[in-house]
Structure formats: C-alpha cells, structure tokens
Design a protein around this ligand. Structure first.
Ligand code: TYD
Length: 134
C-alpha cells in the first residue's frame, strides 16, 4: 500500500538539488503543485480520499506522518526526506499529522483542484470503495 519514489539527489560542495520530472520521476502529468506549511503541530490534515486524483507528497522541510487507509488496512509512514515522495492513488483515505513546526509538505497532483473528486466522509469512503471493488 505504501509506495515511495526515491528521487535523484545531486549533491556537490555547493549543496544539493532534487529534480522531479513528470512521467519520468512521477507516473503522471503534473497539473497542480501545492504545499502545506505553518500547520498546527496537533492538527490533522487530509481526512479524505479522491476518486481519481493521483498525488505524490514530498516533505521538503521538517517532517510529518501520513496514514494511508484503503478501507481494509492502515499503514503509517513518516516523511522526513527531501528526495523521497509518497505516491497516493485514487480511493485511498489519507491523514497527515505530527507536523513539525517547520514542516513544508509539497504535493504534486495529476489534476486541477476539483471538489467533486473528494470523498470527505469516512463512511461515504467505505461505501464508495465497496462499489468500486464490485
Ligand atoms: P483541503 O484539500 O480540504 O485540505 P486538506 O489537505 O487538509 O484536506 O483544502 C483546504 C482548502 O483549500 C479547501 O477550502 C479547498 C482549498 N484548496 C484549493 O483551493 N486548491 C487546492 O489545490 C487545494 C488542495 C485546496
């Protein structure tokens, strides 16, 4: 369920650089990039699933944890590397938590923002994936 991508880290005596190219380093065309920051340490973000959206989450500063839940199994991963991305495909409930004060969580997304692609209630998510699996 947890699928990560290790990106290149090009380091020299000036520092480091990580490039990410669509369809090469992530398996989709990147239509949107957004990032979360100044997140309250005790706050949980996410708490939703998407019907079609694909995303890659990269913690570019600080660290946080992500819970993934496919309706049957739950897994937690800690994101604390600038050169590792967590892939989240459709029909996966996610919660982001334990943000450090300095955390910046960047998200690459396969589509524009579309509220109709969200499932924001957990019981609705469980019903929805039952329908998808039949
Ligand atoms: P939301 O997706 O609910 O945040 P979280 O990741 O915590 O679930 O988004 C918060 C608000 O920002 C919501 O009003 C929708 C808006 N928003 C956009 O306008 N564009 C975007 O690309 C995203 C991700 C959110």
């Amino acid at each position: 369920m947890i699928k990560t991508f290790k990106f290149k880290k090009i380091a020299d005596d000036r520092g480091a650089l990580t490039p990410i190219e669509e369809l090469r380093d992530v398996p989709f065309t990147i239509k949107r990039v957004y990032y979360m920051y100044d997140t309250e340490v005790d706050f949980i973000r996410g708490r939703h699933a998407h019907k079609t959206l694909e995303q890659v989450l990269i913690c570019v500063h600080g660290n946080c944890k992500v819970l993934l839940d496919n309706g049957k199994n739950k897994e937690i991963i800690e994101l604390d590397r600038k050169d590792v991305g967590l892939y989240i495909g459709p029909n996966m409930w996610r919660e982001m938590f334990n943000f450090t004060k300095d955390c910046t969580l960047m998200v690459l997304a396969s589509d524009y923002y579309k509220e109709s692609d969200y499932i924001r209630k957990y019981d609705e998510f469980l019903r929805y994936i039952k329908g998808v699996q039949i």
